[in-house]
Ligand binder design. Sequence first.
Ligand code: GLU
Length: 310
Amino acid sequence: MKPDEFIDYQALFSEIAIAVQTIDDIGAVASYIPELLEVDPNKFGIHLTTIDNQNYSFGDSNEKFSIQSISKVLALTLAFELEDENLWNRVGVEPSGTAFNSLVQLEYEKGIPRNPFINAGALVICDILVSRLKNPKHDFVEFVRMISANPNINYCSRIAESEKLTGFKNAALINLMKSYGNIENDIETVLDFYFNLCSLEMTCMELAHEFLFLAYGGVNPATDHKVVTAVRTKRINAIMQLCGFYDEAGEFSFKVGLPGKSGVGGGIIAIHPEKFSIAVWSPRLNKKGNSYKGMKVLEFITTRTKSSIF
Ligand code: GLU
């Protein structure tokens, strides 16, 4: 395949179908949220959508799954719209180099999380949305639906409840931040919003369509709806590049070379600016909490097409 300019997606997807069978599927489904253990670990789905509306799918790409932390990008997008640059007084833009739910750094840095994608940072973003939105859960899901003109996106109450029962670390993180004055609202309210946010479900196809605006300067090319400005798009993609994969963001950049975000449900979204968005779902996670097979497949794609942002 020639570098860049022209990608024969049809040929690429035929190759993926073969390659997927040769890639190991090792790792373990996230077990700390009991409901996630109910998912068949052998599921595999992928969907790519281009900015000129070509669509390519494979496997279980039409099955809903829990997008978990991937929704933090959408929460950031809305909070950025509402708070503008003031946002960065309460959360940073640096990689953390620690686990997504780590408490350690937060104490050293006086309750200011390193970035909006580790749990502490996402909790601050949730606090902002709880302050700013009239009906936070309703308004947020409406925002998500509007981005891709898809009314079929919903929270999963089973997953949210399951996480509420076991989310002790998130409770510890938010309490610590409250002690430093970086949480305005009642802790239970913010946690409830956060657990719901993480419980959003989408198929690979829906996820790829939802994130296409980040490949097109902040505008959804399918609807012409402007979600964010081009400058904010640049910044959101930059944070995904640096912080989207817990403390494995360097590895993802090194191997895949695209901005992206993973979730403990086994999903990954990746963006090729000016070209496409791609969603992969494979529930077995590696030791860092990222989909093992999902990362391998994305590495295969950017290596095979010789096309990444680098
Ligand atoms: N709901 C999960 C948690 O708070 C999200 C983790 C993730 O997907 O990174 O632990």
